[in-house]
Design a protein around this ligand. Structure first.
Ligand code: ASP
Length: 437
């Protein structure tokens, strides 16, 4: 019997966790780090390797297939508005929960002392990193979006917005030139696009082994479990919030796309598993797009634009986490917050999540921006960050799942709105293999 991919991935994850625990118990950490972890890293590299060519090829194809620039404008506006609305909603859920549960009042002062003694020094670098990332003026983000050299921009996965800008620009120009000149370019882009989607299929064959490697190395590298217990209420607040956001997506799918929530959750499940294992929406992007196109039936005109944009700017999980973490830190360090401070959090957590890179740990770095806007002194900032640093990775894994699912949910709603949600034509990695053999 042929086991579905998501089952293979789940088995890989479980075996990884078990092997990780066993190796940690017998102090065999070095074996896992030296001999198993590299396969996880190679897998993430492979996914990242195709992210930029994927955006280039699929976005140019998507825009040039639209046949109408006005449609693109309206799609952009809708996408952006829904992304912002869902992010603000996620921040509000986080704020309501953290104000009800008040995890900052439950944490033991001794834990704060211990953690700040251990980690405060290493946090200064993160605060600096966040300050470097902060824009130098209100329009800096626009400057950052327009590349001065496409080859330079395409040489780093951190430049996704620049690549998106170039591809949209190129696609629009391709729409505007006469058909004879456009055809060979379009044919080339179409072919390129198919090749890259096939590469995603092939890479996914290794996913079960890769998640095994990623999770077993993560387990041997996690700090003492007692920390998780000390920060249990903080973690629970974030987790409950993320679960509520996840459930809300089902409602959106039902009411705005007229589809069953289970259809959606099932279709996107493999991408969620990868988001969990890699903690990176950027690395998961190729799989998110593949699932939406080939398994949920959204057409490329929509996925090619909505997904890469979402991976870069739409992070509902991260924004919720930043809101909870900011209030938790202020409470634990006895830094009182007013109602208007909470409103500031709605604004800054939304912006900070937009500014967070789609890579592991980025949300924690941009949390500095939220804390600074609240006026938390620098000395307390390092203590605050060190307080949540040790348990950040598991929360990062979970919030990345929500980030990716949120992008997928909006893609489906936009697909429905623009009549681009059809019956999927599933493609397998080995289609055509026989002929080639
Ligand atoms: N790891 C998250 C992502 O890639 C970002 C974060 O919250 O750290 O989506």
């Amino acid at each position: 019997m042929k086991l579905a991919l998501h089952w293979k991935i789940i088995i890989g994850m479980l075996v990884g966790i078990i092997i990780g625990i066993v190796c940690k118990y017998f102090s065999l950490d070095h074996l896992v780090i030296q001999w198993i972890k590299p396969f996880g890293t190679i897998f993430i590299n492979l996914l990242k390797l195709i992210a930029i060519p994927l955006i280039l090829a699929s976005l140019i194809k998507g825009v040039s297939d639209l046949h109408d620039i006005n449609k693109f404008k309206s799609m952009g506006l809708w996408t952006f508005s829904i992304y912002i609305a869902t992010t603000v909603f996620a921040v509000c859920i986080g704020l309501v929960l953290v104000n009800i549960i008040k995890p900052g009042n439950i944490v033991d002062p001794q834990v704060i002392n211990d953690l700040s003694a251990n980690f405060a020094d290493s946090m200064t670098g993160k605060i600096q990193e966040a300050n470097d990332t902060q824009s130098t003026g209100p329009l800096q983000f626009l400057i950052d979006m327009v590349p001065d050299n496409i080859f330079a921009a395409a040489s780093s996965n951190g430049n996704m917005l620049k690549v998106i800008f170039f591809s949209v620009f190129f696609g629009i120009a391709l729409l505007l030139i006469d058909n004879n000149s456009a055809k060979p370019v379009k044919d080339f882009i179409n072919g390129l696009n198919d090749v890259i989607m096939k590469m995603v299929d092939i890479i996914m064959l290794f996913a079960p082994f890769a998640v095994f490697a990623l999770l077993s190395s993560l387990i041997v590298e996690t700090p003492d479990a007692s920390l998780f217990i000390a920060l249990l209420w903080y973690m629970l607040t974030v987790i409950i919030g993320l679960a509520l956001v996840l459930i809300s997506y089902g409602f959106y799918i039902y009411f705005f796309a007229g589809k069953k929530p289970l259809w959606f959750y099932k279709g996107i499940f493999p991408a969620q598993l990868l988001a969990f294992s890699t903690s990176s929406s950027a690395a998961t992007l190729p799989v998110t797009m593949e699932r939406l196109e080939e398994h949920l039936g959204v057409e490329k005109e929509v996925t090619s634009f909505v997904c890469p944009l979402g991976a870069t700017i739409n992070m509902d999980g991260t924004s919720l986490y930043q809101a909870v973490a900011a209030v938790f830190i202020c409470e634990a360090l006895q830094f009182p917050l007013t109602f208007s401070d909470q409103l500031t959090i709605v604004l800054t957590a939304t912006l900070a999540s937009i500014g967070s890179a789609a890579v592991p740990g980025a949300g924690l770095i941009m949390l500095v921006v939220v804390l600074e806007s609240l006026g938390l002194p620098a000395s307390k900032m390092a203590i605050g960050l060190s307080l949540i640093f040790a348990v950040d990775r598991p929360l990062d894994m979970l919030r990345t799942v929500i980030n990716v699912t949120g992008d997928a949910m909006v893609t489906i709603i936009i697909g429905k709105k623009f009549n681009k949600l059809k019956t999927p034509q599933t493609k397998n990695w080995d289609d055509n293999l026989k002929e080639v053999s």
